[in-house]
Design a protein around this ligand. Structure first.
Ligand code: AP5
Length: 214
């Protein structure tokens, strides 16, 4: 089962991608998480990615595509994977389609998590992310059991650098300009499905499970 999660920044793609990965036993591949891990480790890729991410801009396709293609060629992706945050531009989507065509494969589902811009801004301000395991919470909607501490691994929760209001606005405009056209791209491929991302986390997941047929 090969799934793409689409949606604006903060729509809940990561939250749902983790639930799908746990439920269906397939890897969750988040380009944002890969970049953040590289930033934390101080790698060359991390340094380059940070300069774009801090401004709310996209990391160039050339840096992103090879990274994802290498990851999906790994053994643990043999039975499927959930892509979260990739593709984000038409050239990235075309690169993915071509890479899969070469091995006689294609994506099965593109799931668009729909949330309006106003709610996105409210969600991002309240999001707290774990510095160690990447789990995400919301101070009002999905709070951790103990304030500021990750339920899963006990590490500190922080506000992401790119979740500051000015950067969120920039990320939203980049999304509308460069990523939203993917909705038509996957509609044309016949694999697009939309879910109402304004529902509760569990209701969104139930809608996704229905789409996936399980
Ligand atoms: P990335 O990490 O992918 O960020 P994003 O797409 O902007 O997505 P987010 O992680 O912000 O949000 P999400 O939709 O996963 O929402 P979440 O589940 O956390 O990318 C960061 C940056 O990296 C980009 O700006 C770019 O620079 C770079 N990058 C990454 N991929 C790239 C690519 N392919 N090409 C180029 N550059 C790339 O939920 C948000 C909040 O809402 C949380 O607090 C959550 O708890 C809460 N929430 C979730 N669901 C619900 C619900 N149903 N009800 C109420 N609250 C909810």
């Amino acid at each position: 089962m090969k799934i793409i999660m689409l949606g604006a920044p903060g729509a809940g793609k990561g939250t749902q991608a983790k639930m799908i990965a746990d439920d269906y036993g397939v890897p969750h591949i988040s380009t944002g998480d890969i970049f953040r891990a590289n930033i934390k480790e101080g790698t060359e890729l991390g340094k380059k990615a940070k300069s774009y991410m801090d401004k709310g801009e996209l990391v160039p396709d050339a840096l992103t595509c090879d990274l994802v293609m290498d990851r999906i060629a790994k053994e643990d992706c043999k039975n499927g994977f959930v892509l979260d945050g990739f593709p984000r531009t038409i050239p990235q989507a075309e690169a993915l389609t071509e890479a899969l065509q070469k091995i006689d494969q294609s994506m099965d589902f593109a799931i668009d998590v729909e949330v309006d811009d106003e709610s996105i801004i409210a969600r991002m301000g309240g999001r707290r992310a774990c510095t160690e395991c990447g789990a995400t919470y919301h101070i009002v909607n999905i709070p951790p059991a103990k304030e500021g501490i990750c339920d899963r691994c006990g590490s500190a929760l922080v506000l992401r650098d790119d979740d500051k209001p000015e950067t969120v606005k920039k990320r939203l405009s980049v999304y509308h300009e460069q990523t939203q056209p993917l909705i038509d791209y996957y509609k044309e491929q016949g694999i697009l499905h939309a879910v109402d991302g304004m529902l509760s986390m569990e209701e969104v997941f139930a809608a996704i499970k229905k789409i996936l047929g399980a």
